[in-house]
Design a protein around this ligand. Sequence first.
Ligand code: ZN
Ligand code: ZN
Length: 227
Amino acid sequence: MLTIPGLCWLCQMPLACAHWGICSRCTRALHTTPPCCPRCGLPSGNTHLPCGRCLLKPPVWDSLLFVTDYCPPLNQLVQRFKFNGTVALAPALARLLMLRVLEAKHQQRWCKPDCMVSVPLHSRRAWRRGFNQSDLLANYLSRWLQCDYFPKGVRRVRVAHTQHQLNARMRRNNLKGAFRVDFPVAGRHIIIVDDVVTTGSTVAEIARLLKKQGAATIQVWCLCRTL
Ligand SMILES: [Zn+2]
Ligand SMILES: [Zn+2]
């Protein structure tokens, strides 16, 4: 993959607009996700109403928006962004999410956000990586939407153990007390930005804290949702 400005990150063809980062053909090709539930983001027959799972046990957040499943080619760009430190990808990836947001707005599936927070890394990991990928995405999105962004609005106050091996209940316990909320929350419509949502336990824990402090609605926006 080349990193020459003016070429598409995916197909390396020249771009009509250099700052897009990903050409319109590749962007269209990404939109092949099956119909998904607007609340949990998992496959469902109806894209406008919550699925059976959500009716039985609704997630803490009110809606979830994502670009694609965690699969090629987007997962490769996300890995490159996150683990190889290719921060130049941030505006191109944020734009893909923004296109999804505009689509949801067009279909009247959104509520205008008052403010935005990003899922924090623990300071030690952020220091090692040199950046927080969700923070970079939120920076662009909040600027384009002209809504408040609180980069330190949610802080990680405790290192949680690696989540991979844990079941749902263990994950929840593992995350208890891991975050602290430090911005005006009551009555506000809040967006939580994350790069990848897998089980959703991290965003659920942050959403739970925000709801406890009186948030009006919570939307989760992410690049990939593991289906
Ligand atoms: Zn392309
Ligand atoms: Zn659902």
